[in-house]
Design a protein around this ligand. Sequence first.
Ligand code: WQD
Length: 413
Amino acid sequence: VTQLRMGPRTVLVTGGAGYVGSHTVVELLEAGHRVVVVDNCCNATPPPTTTTTTTDSHKGDDKDSYTDDKDKNGSSLTPTTATANHNNATTTEEGDKDGNKEDERRSALPLALQRVENITGKTLTAFYLVSLNDVDALTKIFAKHKIEAVIHFAALKAVGESVTIPLEYYANNVSGTLTLLQVMRSAGVKRLVYSSSATVYGVPQYLPTDENHPTGQGITNPYGRTKYFCEQVMMDLAASDQDWGVLLLRYFNPVGAHASGLIGEDPRDIPNNLMPYIAQVAVGRLKALQVFGQDYDTPDGTGVRDYVHVVDLATGHVAALEHVWRPDFNGCESYNLGRGEGVSVLEMVNAFSRASGRAIPYVVKERRAGDVAKMVASCTRAQTHLGWKATRTLEQMCEDTWRWQSQNPRGYV
Ligand code: WQD
């Protein structure tokens, strides 16, 4: 694959304060790109400031900080001067003003993004605490920044929760995506990388599962259907207008954390997913893992999944941007991001115990509704067309997760 090394670009990252999003922002900044993050922090720990604020550290322009108060017509961003901060204090001395302005800017970032800046030594162009359904806010953001492409992570993502509150999942994941696409089209921004999921394959008819596998059949939960519906919208949009270039990245099971231990997965409630649950058992937050079934047709009877390190996923997104910016690329393509290797629940338990030096007590329970026995990716397409391949091992996934969890027993607080 001849990689067209692209120059620095301005990328809008929705959900950039979240797990995969924050790791991807690290890689984007380190690749030299300018990054604008939009996040409503429904999955991420919100900024420490009490007021919902947005910050813009765009170099060169006057730094604007926004208060997210809605006016009568619902427009939700009212730019204020940088010197008028949350309690309207103003600063007098130039140096003091710069120092205060920088402190104010950073304090308005979610902790995960403050740590992203610490890791990279780089500064975000802007962060906006905004929901994707806020069309006025999104429109203003595109008007203010010369966005060249969008990586769209923002979504509610808990499979079990989606069964209990499907309307919120469709409103947030599908309507939010429609609003984003409409604002992108109005702004003339038609380069998109979408955070999709292997869940769109439903119950796999063959393994390893490649991108030709049917989608939309046998999906067992509203979360998975929101991902499928958004993919369908993007396919239809790209078919209707050849100026669109869209990449659908279907993750298998993202796990792990940045090697610094500064950022990682921080579920809001009791973790739904295996790795964060194991990590919280290891660190003493949870008593024991429940193993959902040991009677599957797998080597040790427990569920098998294709776990992929979140930093590998992040580099996959940078590779996807290279592809989506190719002048000769348009249309809508899908790529599996996985390792092509299956790991069972008990294999993960043992690997994590080795990495952490901690026993992981577990109890075997009934199968979890909606689970499949085995999901493993065929990901040769991403290697051929994006020049991307996951490199991090199961041991690294466990070691990096443990470093994050042991250094942050309560996550981002
Ligand atoms: C993995 C294995 C469980 C928890 C889902 C979504 C997917 C993506 C990742 C968002 C299974 C077993 C789990 C536990 C267990 N989500 N398990 N005890 O279900 O493969 O994928 O999360 O991006 O879209 O579908 O991931 O981590 O929940 O489960 O035994 O407490 O671990 O049965 O075999 P899953 P998971």
